[in-house]
Design a binder for this molecule. Structure first.
Ligand SMILES: *Cc1c(COP(=O)(O)O)cnc(C)c1O
Length: 365
């Protein structure tokens, strides 16, 4: 070999394409509704704490994110020793893959699962096995059918991004019960704060009562701290121990850690955001539905809008039309959803503008 060669699997990875950066038409206000960010920003208390942390940038962070693990523990009723914090949940997902997958193993995700899963799987040299969904929803039987002697891990976002659908806790328990004991089940609860369904649970009970299930969560969504990169995981002691050995010793920065503590303690800010999301999710689903466009019922802070294949009326046409008006949604070609757009729920102004825009788009000759 005349030059360094990446490990097997690395060059099979399709590079992650983030939501596009809006290019405003002159004079248009831009609404970025493409990355499921909160329209409210973080708690003002988190911003204040972050600014104060600027006075101590020469000091290394406390390496175990202790104050943040304790704050999360208080908020969710969890043992802080069973929590690991990371630079976004992306880091945690990758640490899990590095710790539990190797060349030749298989990891299962679903057709329209979060794109970070196949990336983490393939980066570890493992094979990404894709389970079909039913009505844009993960299908427990389809996942179980694909389990082979090589299966080591199952990735499941609940609710899922970009579909907005979820599985009731009974189904999650049925999935766990059907998987071999050595298979790690990763429940990604990034959007759990937006769900208000009686049959939904984050999975804490499963993590607490089994030896093979972890739950990941993030400060990027309802807490509005996506720029700071903070996520966390709750898991069995033996998994926490293993992952802690592979984790970088200072993987969460002090300003991020302290801002996250302030954010999780500002429950009023979270409640406000949740109530807003619920109200406008219902409104958007109904109003967009009236335009003869299908909207997949969502429990998260975004909706999936389906477009016809007819020339001039496709999702790409709608995307171009809305972008001109400063309304930036997310095209989903690399999620296997070329005929849909995902819209993050925004401010009242943004939501109304999108519905007006779609109405004009559908009505135009
Ligand atoms: C946004 C999102 C996350 C959060 O990722 P971070 O790295 O914590 O910002 C995790 N999982 C899913 C499914 C997401 O959509």
């Amino acid at each position: 070999m005349s030059r360094p060669v990446p490990n097997p699997g690395i060059l099979d990875i399709a590079p992650y394409t983030p939501g596009k950066r809006p290019v405003p038409e002159p004079g248009r206000k831009v609404f970025k509704l493409s990355a499921n960010e909160t329209p409210f920003g973080p708690s003002p208390k988190a911003i204040e704490v972050y600014k104060q942390a600027a006075a101590h940038l020469e000091d290394y962070p406390e390496g175990t994110s202790r104050v943040l693990r304790e704050a999360i523990g208080r908020a969710f009723g969890l043992d802080p020793n069973r929590i690991i914090c990371g630079a976004g949940s992306d880091e945690i997902l990758n640490l899990l893959a590095h710790t539990y997958l190797r060349h030749g193993d298989e990891a299962i995700s679903t057709t329209h699962g979060f794109l970070v899963y196949p990336i983490a799987t393939k980066a570890s040299g493992a094979i990404n096995v894709v389970a079909p969904e039913t009505n844009f929803t993960a299908d427990v039987d389809a996942i179980l059918k694909l389990v082979s002697p090589r299966t080591k891990l199952v990735w499941l976002a609940n609710p899922n991004n970009p579909t907005g659908t979820y599985l009731p806790f009974d189904e999650i328990k049925r999935l766990r019960a059907g998987l071999p004991l050595h298979v790690l089940l990763v429940l990604d609860a990034a959007y759990s704060d937006y769900v208000s369904r009686n049959d939904y649970e984050l999975g804490i009970e499963l993590v607490a009562t089994t030896d093979n299930t972890v739950m990941t969560h993030t400060f990027s969504k309802i807490h509005g701290l996506a720029a700071l990169r903070v996520g966390w995981m709750f898991g069995p002691a033996h998994i926490v121990d293993a992952v802690n050995r592979t984790r970088g010793p200072f993987n969460v920065s002090t300003p991020a850690m302290l801002a996250a503590v302030a954010a999780i303690e500002d429950t009023a800010h979270v409640q406000m955001s949740k109530a807003h999301t619920e109200k406008w999710r219902g409104w958007l689903t109904e109003e967009i539905g009236k335009l003869d466009l299908k909207v997949t019922p969502s429990v998260a802070n975004f909706v999936l809008i389906h477009f016809p294949l007819e020339k001039g009326r496709t999702s790409a046409d709608a995307d171009a039309f809305l972008t001109k008006r400063g309304l930036v949604l997310r095209a989903l070609n690399n999620y296997g959803l070329p005929h849909a757009l995902r819209m993050s729920i925004g401010t009242e102004e943004a939501n109304r503008l999108v519905v007006d825009g779609l109405r004009d788009f559908v009505a135009r000759k």
